[in-house]
Design a binder for this molecule. Structure first.
Ligand SMILES: Cc1cc2nc3c(=O)[nH]c(=O)nc-3n(C[C@H](O)[C@H](O)[C@H](O)COP(=O)(O)O)c2cc1C
Length: 176
């Protein structure tokens, strides 16, 4: 007998949930890491917390972040080098600092390409590669010119909340 494919589980009261809310909630089920995009603008240094970081290409090495048009960082990022800082489990406060809830001023590391944050889990310094229309966001692609990582647990974001991913479960190097 051929097993029937399992139906997607119904969310209680699903049809009454407004569409935008349900869209956000559905997207939120995709667990991500947490990163901060840092760069020097014309008059000030910018940092913006994102979870829309994606690796794009190995050769050339390209990464992508999706930045909302409404943010202060949006216009200034066009054509500028930037760093993507991947956060460790103990860096929630940094994530909040660059998401509109400022705390103590973070420690910066100066670099020829773009400034980065001290002691992050990994970083990718990028030269601007391309920018694409992404509706109410812009997709900024960067060519990675320098990068590194340290050991440690990762900060993660899922279901609209921060969580952590222990280092022992990362294991990519063993899988590929
Ligand atoms: C976990 C998390 C993930 C976020 N991801 C993004 C993102 O991918 N793109 C984006 O434009 N904003 C994202 N935001 C919102 C920005 O961090 C927030 O709007 C920020 O305050 C904008 O800064 P600015 O207007 O000073 O540039 C995220 C916020 C949080 C807390």
């Amino acid at each position: 007998m051929i097993a029937k494919p399992e139906a997607a589980p119904e969310v209680p009261g699903r049809t009454s949930v407004p569409r935008a809310h349900r869209f956000r909630g559905s997207l939120g089920r995709f667990a991500t890491g947490v990163a901060i995009v840092t760069f020097d603008g014309v008059t000030k240094r910018h940092g913006i917390t994102v979870n829309s970081f994606t690796s794009v290409s190995m050769e050339p090495p390209l990464v992508l972040v999706s930045i909302a048009r409404t943010t202060k960082a949006h216009d200034e990022l066009a054509g500028r080098p930037f760093t993507v800082n991947i956060l460790g489990a103990e860096q929630r406060q940094l994530a909040m600092h660059f998401a509109g809830r400022p705390g103590p001023e973070p420690l910066w590391v100066e670099s020829e390409t773009a400034p980065r944050l001290s002691n992050v889990l990994a970083y990718f310094e990028c030269k601007p590669w391309a920018a694409y229309d992404g509706g109410d966001h812009t997709l900024y692609l960067g060519e990675v010119v320098d990068f590194n990582y340290r050991n440690g647990d990762a900060l993660a974001f899922a279901n609209s909340a921060f969580t952590t991913i222990p280092e022992s479960q990362l294991g990519m190097e063993d899988l590929l």
